[in-house]
Design a protein around this ligand. Sequence first.
Ligand SMILES: Nc1ncnc2c1ncn2[C@@H]1O[C@H](COP(=O)(O)OP(=O)(O)OP(=O)(O)O)[C@@H](O)[C@H]1O
Length: 317
Amino acid sequence: MTTVVETRGLSKVFSSGRGVKDVHLQVERGELFGFLGPNGAGKSTFVKMLVGLLRPTSGEARVLGLPLGDLRARRRIGYLPELFRYQDWLSADEVLRFHGRLCKMDALTLAKRAREVVAAVGLEGRTHERVRGYSKGMQQRLGLACALLPQPEVLFLDEPASALDPGGRHDVRELLQRLRDEGMTIFLNTHLLEDVEEICSKVALLSDGTIRAHGSVEDILRPESIWEFTIGGWSPSYLAQLRETSAPLHVGIEVTESSDSKGYAVLEARLEHAEQAAWLNAQLHDLGLSVYTVYPLKNRLESWFLALTEPDGRESQ
Ligand SMILES: Nc1ncnc2c1ncn2[C@@H]1O[C@H](COP(=O)(O)OP(=O)(O)OP(=O)(O)O)[C@@H](O)[C@H]1O
C-alpha cells in the first residue's frame, strides 16, 4: 500500500490559539477518506496546509511522498476550496480554459479534458453561460470540474456538496465512487454524515483542532448485538414466558415500547448471532403473536460523532 498523505504532529495555531494541533494522520492510495468535525474544528485549515496554501507552525507532512507545497506534488493535486469565487464575468468554458492554462495544459488536451469533466459534473449545455447567472449548486459543480481538470492523483474536496440539492448530492457521491474505483485518492471534508457512511472507507474526526478518533467506517458502523422486534397481539404477561424459554440461551429481552390498548410492543433482544433471531421469531409465533418487523440495530456515524464532540467540541458562536 502506498501512503499518499502522511502528517506527523502537524499544527497550525493562529494568534487566537485556535487552529489545528498535533495531527498524526495517514491516507493510503485509492482511499476515499472522510474528514469530519464540528464548525471551526480546523478541517479547512488542515487541508489548506496539505495543498500548500498555509504554512504549518510545527510538525511534518508529506503529500505524494513530497514536502508540503512542493510544486511536483501540487501538479498532481486537485483542490476544491470551501469558499471559492470565480470571475463571474467569465463563462464556465472560459473559467475552465483559464484553469487549464494555469496547469500548463496544451490546447488539445485541455479541450478534451474540459469536455470530460463538464460531462462528469453534469454541466453539459450550460458552459457557454456566464458564471454570474449560475446557481450555487452549478457553481459547486464548476468548482469540482476545475479540481478534476488536470486529472489529479489526489483530490482534496472541502464540502463539495454543501450547495447541492438531493439529486446533485447523489450525482457527486456516484462521481466520487467512480473516481475512487479508477484509483484516485480522495480526501473529503464534509458535514454530510450519511454520504460518508455510504462512500467512505476511513474517517477521522477533528474537534477543537485535535483528532478525537479515526478508523474504518465498517468498524464504527458494526452492528450491535441488539435486535429489535415489532410485535402485534402483545400483553405484558408474555414477557415472563419469553424470558423463561430463552434463559438457557442467555438471550436478554427488554420491552422498549408497548401499548396495551393497541396490543403492540417493541422488544429489544441482546443476541449473539442471526440464528438466535430466527429462533426468537419462532417463539413469538408459537405464542400466537404477530411479528411485523425484525432488524439488528445499527450504529450510525451521527451518534458516534455526537458522542465524541458534545458538548465541548463545537465552536462557540
Ligand atoms: N486565517 C485565519 N486566521 C485566524 N484564524 C483562523 C484563520 N483561518 C481559520 N481560523 C480559525 O481556525 C479555526 C478553524 O477554522 P477552519 O475554517 O479550519 O474550521 P472548519 O473545521 O473548516 O470549519 P467549518 O466546518 O465551519 O468550515 C476557527 O476558529 C477559525 O476561526
